[in-house]
Structure formats: structure tokens, C-alpha cells
Design a protein around this ligand. Structure first.
Ligand SMILES: *Cc1c(COP(=O)(O)O)cnc(C)c1O
Length: 370
């Protein structure tokens, strides 16, 4: 049996007529760049999140970059974030000229540990960028309380958390601005690159809308130097066709996650756990092996047996070669470093069958020798 980490083909097959019609519509009216499809999707996605504005951009990385710029964060500023994330989180902070200040994670949720944030605040700190890792919102009440006390902006990296909730609010409305990725394998993904900045702040929305399109709001007048970071029409149309299915797909992921938890109960692994305030969307189903197991050997065994498996993430940002200039040593963020050695992600998607899950867990059992 071969089981991919994510099965985009199965999802396409389940809604093929809707996707095909959406793409054809864009070709028929040649609204390839920006245009009606983008505006419609922006409105629908903002409403879905429960926010006032969503501005479509070229990728999740572009969303992070433009949101930071829109909040006037740049050279001389510090932004607090987690080292246990996809590289783009830190990269965007660095690309605007600011400095990422890493704060270690909570060992259970893998999200930034709010108890460690205040010690990292300096006179240069401007913002906190929590990442809702694997689709579970970070501990936002605690983070927002710290931000409020110190006058900091909160920008969510919600690239893995479309539709997740913290209390009754969706990711996208849990800080000042939020950044989403529509990379194909994300919970809401297009068929190329795409992203969005979601906010209730009209000034931030307008600034992102301007910056993504060469600093202009009209065709020939450019108010400031901007970027080419637009969302294209075909991607927006695909996203618009998929959005009505997102809650079902996320519910399917939660159902599969609950079944994994049962199947894994007697194995020497920790299944994901979530804060009672959160409703996660399992972008990844990431387990941690008990101490003493060779994670990389287990990953290899699963791969050899046709199981798509991922490691999110094997190298924390402070130990990436690109961040050598920050001069952070191994041991600087011990909780993240330990997780980086022990975690692995199993296939998860709404279409995953019982039989496939049984096979995955059987292969894992074999790899662990239990
Ligand atoms: C995917 C992802 C990004 C980047 O999104 P792209 O669309 O690939 O640029 C940023 N942050 C996190 C946490 C991600 O998972």
C-alpha cells in the first residue's frame, strides 16, 4: 500500500466539476490577475474568518512580509516568534529588516510558550508573531495580555490554521493581523502559490492591498514603492470553490485524528494534545516518539513501507545555516531542539480511510518493534 502524506488527488476527485468550472470561468472572462474572482474570494474568506478584511496575496510568505510592512515594522525593530516553525516565519521578519527574537515552545502544544515571552521583550520589541503550529491556535489570551501590557502588535502566522478556533473565534481574528498560506497542501490550498492577510484594521488592509500591487490603488498612480505580490484569478477561483468545503474537510481531519489517538494509545508515542480553548484543524498529525527511539530510522521504515511521512521540523530556525549570523548556539532553545529530534507527522486528510490508517499504524508498530 502507498499512502501519501497528503492526497490532493483524492480531494480534487471529490469536487472535480466545481474546480473545473471555476478555472474555465476565469479563462472565459480572462480575469487572470486580480479582478472579480479575487475580490469575491477576499470577501468570502474574510466572512469565513469573521474578520472585516482579507487581502489576497501571492503566498503565505508574501502575506507575512506585507503584514509586517503594513504595521511599519522594519530595521531596528525586534519581533518575537518561535524557532519551531517553517523557515518563512523568521525569513519574513528578516526580509523587512527587523530581527527575529526566538522564544522557546511549550513541550505539549509545540507553540510559543507565553511564560517565556516577557523576558525576551526589549525597548526594540514591536510585535509578537505566534505560529498556530500544526493547526492548533497558540495560547492567544496569554499572548494578547502580554502584547497589551507592553504595547506590542500581534501578527498571527495562521498558515497552518485555516478554520481553527480559539474559544469561539477563528484564527485570523486572534491578533491585530493574520497571515494565511494557500500553498496546495495547506488545509485550504490552491493549485499554485497564494496567501492572504486578514485583519479588522482598515489601514492595514489598504496598505497591504497597495503594497502587493506596486504601491498603487489606481492603474497609473503609484503612492509608494511596493511589490509584485498579487493573488491571481485562477487561484482565487479555485479557493472560492474549495472554501465551502473547508469545515467538512477540517471535521474529517479531526475525526481521523481522534481515530489515530485510539490506535496509538498503547504505543510508546505521544499523540497531539490541544488546549481546551482550541479547536485544532490538524494541518499536520504530529506525534512524538518516547525517548530512546531513533526517529530518523522510524521515518525511514515508514517510507520504505509506502507511508508518506514528514518531519515538521527537523532543524529549529536558530540552528539554520542562514541564521548563523544571529550567533545562537545549540542549547539556546532546548524544548524546540528536543522536539526537532523526536517528532514525525503521519498522513492526515479527510479522505484517509480506516484501512489506510490501520496500515500506517501497523507500519509504525513494526518500526518501533512493539
Ligand atoms: C506554509 C507556511 C508558510 C509559508 O507559506 P507559503 O505560501 O509557502 O509562502 C509560513 N508559515 C508557516 C507556519 C507555514 O506553514
Amino acid at each position: 500500500m502507498t499512502i501519501p502524506l497528503v492526497d490532493l488527488k483524492a480531494q480534487y476527485q471529490s469536487i472535480k466539476p466545481e474546480i473545473d468550472a471555476a478555472i474555465q470561468r476565469v479563462i472565459d472572462n480572462t480575469s487572470f490577475i486580480m479582478g472579480k474572482e479575487v475580490a469575491q474570494f477576499e470577501e468570502a474568506f474574510a466572512a469565513y474568518c469573521g474578520a472585516k478584511y482579507a487581502v489576497g496575496v501571492s503566498s503565505g510568505t508574501g502575506a507575512l512580509f506585507l503584514a509586517l510592512l503594513a504595521h511599519d515594522i522594519g530595521p531596528g525593530d525586534e519581533v518575537i516568534t518561535t524557532p519551531f516553525t517553517f523557515f518563512a516565519t523568521g525569513e519574513a521578519i528578516s526580509q523587512v529588516g527587523a530581527r527575529p527574537i526566538f522564544v522557546d515552545i511549550d513541550p505539549v502544544t509545540y507553540n510559543i510558550d507565553p511564560a517565556l515571552i516577557e523576558a525576551a521583550i526589549t525597548p526594540y520589541t514591536r510585535a509578537i508573531m505566534p505560529v498556530h503550529l500544526y493547526g492548533q491556535p497558540a495560547d492567544m489570551d496569554a499572548i494578547n495580555a502580554i502584547a497589551q501590557k507592553h504595547g506590542l502588535i500581534v501578527i498571527e502566522d495562521a498558515a497552518q490554521a485555516h478554520g481553527s478556533r480559539y474559544n469561539d473565534q477563528r484564527a485570523g481574528t486572534l491578533g491585530d493581523s493574520a497571515c494565511f498560506s494557500f500553498y496546495p497542501s495547506k488545509n485550504l490550498g490552491c493549485y499554485g502559490d497564494g496567501g492572504a492577510v486578514v485583519t479588522n484594521d482598515p489601514q492595514v488592509a489598504e496598505r497591504v492591498a497597495k503594497l502587493r500591487n506596486h504601491g498603487r490603488m489606481t492603474k497609473y498612480e503609484h503612492d509608494e514603492l511596493g511589490y509584485g505580490h498579487r493573488l491571481d484569478g485562477i487561484q482565487a477561483a479555485i479557493l472560492g470553490a474549495k472554501l465551502p468545503h473547508l469545515d467538512d474537510w477540517n471535521a474529517g481531519r479531526r475525526d481521523r485524528a481522534a481515530r489515530y489517538a485510539e490506535l496509538l494509545a498503547d504505543l510508546p508515542v505521544s499523540a497531539p494534545r490541544h488546549l481546551p480553548e482550541t479547536e485544532p484543524v490538524y494541518h499536520c498529525y504530529t506525534i512524538r516518539l518516547d525517548e530512546g527511539y531513533d526517529r530518523d530510522a522510524v521515518v525511514q521504515h515508514l517510507k520504505d513501507n509506502g507511508v508518506g511521512v514528514g518531519v515538521h521540523y527537523p532543524i529549529p530556525l536558530h540552528l539554520q545555516p542562514a541564521y548563523r549570523f544571529l550567533e545562537l548556539e545549540p542549547g539556546a532553545y532546548p524544548v524546540s531542539e528536543k522536539a526537532a529530534h523526536e517528532v514525525l507527522s503521519l498522513p492526515i486528510y479527510a479522505e484517509l480511510t480506516d484501512e489506510q490508517q490501520d496500515y500506517v499504524v501497523g507500519a509504525l508498530r513494526e518500526a518501533l518493534g512493539v
